[in-house]
Design a protein around this ligand. Sequence first.
Ligand code: MD3
Ligand code: FE
Length: 217
Amino acid sequence: MLGTGESGAETGMQRVELAPGLIWWPGYLDRAAQEALLAEIEAALALAPLFTPRMPRTGQPFSVRMSNFGPLGWVSDAAGYRYQGFHPETRAPWPPLPASLAAAWRALSGQEALPEAGLINWYAPDAHMGLHQDRDEQDFTAPVLSLSLGDTALFRYGGTERRAPTRSIRLASGDALLLSGESRLAFHGVDRILPGTSTLLSEPGRFNLTLRRVTPP
Ligand code: MD3
Ligand code: FE
């Protein structure tokens, strides 16, 4: 996060529009902000442990493990993909969205209403996420905001049709990515994690946080 009185212009922050509505801020969070956010994630995971989502119908496990912050969390099991207000194993409500994440959302999303869901994805070094669209939300007009912590990910994005050509970027620790406008329904995924590319975490791997509106405000 930026300190008081700072702005992107003054700190030389880069804002890169990768495609219409797909905006990347490399190094948005400085090292101190990354450490503070990591502590918030660790505190949340002590209450809402990582679970293994499963594919609808087949029950095939994802390689990415997940938890959530906020009033609604994304879960997936044999019954389907959905948002729900409680952890699938403990049945406890999700931990509240930390103020630092609300601040990043306010700074970058252009939205009045706060996100309802803060999905925590954990990638061990061998985890990946296949090309997909995010369409389990009722509101596609609001953007999705992603923040990365830990090892760099090879992130791939394409168009709104699966067969459209794709491009890849490396998402590093502290990077922010906003998926808005016509990129909100773009196909995207994580091909692989590059272990040993960050010193933030005490083990190899990567956290990604995605902040979302689920319902229209
Ligand atoms: C582009 N997560 O949780 S974040 C997901 O790195 C997800 O964990 C990836 O895809 C990760 O659904 C990518 C960047 C991201 C998130 C949502 C998007 C890119 C997106 C929605 C629309 C288009
Ligand atoms: Fe996604």
